[in-house]
Design a protein around this ligand. Sequence first.
Ligand code: SAM
Length: 293
Amino acid sequence: MRARRRESPTRLTRLSAAARRHERARWSHRANAWERWEPVFMHSLSAVNPALIRALDLRPGQRVVDLGCGSGDPALEIAQWVGPRGSVLGIDLSPEMLATAGRRARLLGLKNVRFRRADIARVSHSGARFDRAVSRFSLMFVDDVPRTLERMRGTLKRGGRVAIAVWGPVAANPGTRLRADATRPFEKDPPADPEQTAHPMRLARPGLLPRLMRRAGFVRVRAEAVRVCWVYPSLEDYVRLQIDTSLADLHESLSPANRRRLRERLRRAFRRFESGQVVRYPGQTWVVSGQAP
Ligand SMILES: C[S@@+](CC[C@H](N)C(=O)[O-])C[C@H]1O[C@@H](n2cnc3c(N)ncnc32)[C@H](O)[C@@H]1O
């Protein structure tokens, strides 16, 4: 059964309305933590924007849409690439994430970027089409991935390019597996199949996103593996960041004794990544690009 599903990339499950509401609340709830840990995210993911920008083949004056821009990546960097004659529209579900993006845009003095709250699986764009569309670590959380890809293609001019970043396989992201091992004793349910839920690893399987993009009508689809290096100032910072972000719901659900046990399991698992003064470990993302015919 499992092998057959693996060969059928379009059978990603659509999320229910309740799951969509949960997703919106989750990102709004996390926005503060995402901003507090901005230095770690910005540094650790710094290899991804250059790969997206290279795949987009940007020119000054272009109009770009960033789907699921969160707190402003890569919208803010692209706004500087396309210059004052170009523009960027950043779209996200969470007003709290967009508020951070607005603060960053004002600090940078960017006048050519604006943000709008919408669901990227449902957004319909009636104005002029865009030259470029981009999405960084957001597509895996929408309720209907194939439909969202079709909408992305629909926002683009003929020949317009898209570039999408998603997480690569668990084998190339050791932090993901070690964290899952550390949390397993506290999980009430067996681990969810990442392809059937709003999960960071939903599009990690090699070849899956390129196939979905071709089915959505994109041509010249190419995938690039981009290495990243997670860096935390200390082991304690690693544990705090996890508990503030990915593990927030689980941590809140535990007794004080189990919270202590969880933190200790995380420390024990990630101690192997202490490197000089910091904690460092590798990761891998996919940057998949294509063109609207
Ligand atoms: C991991 S964050 C990535 C944010 C940003 N692109 C970055 O790389 O830092 C995922 C973002 O996707 C947004 N998101 C999830 N589902 C969405 C949807 N259906 N429509 C719009 N945004 C969505 C969340 O609100 C969140 O800001």
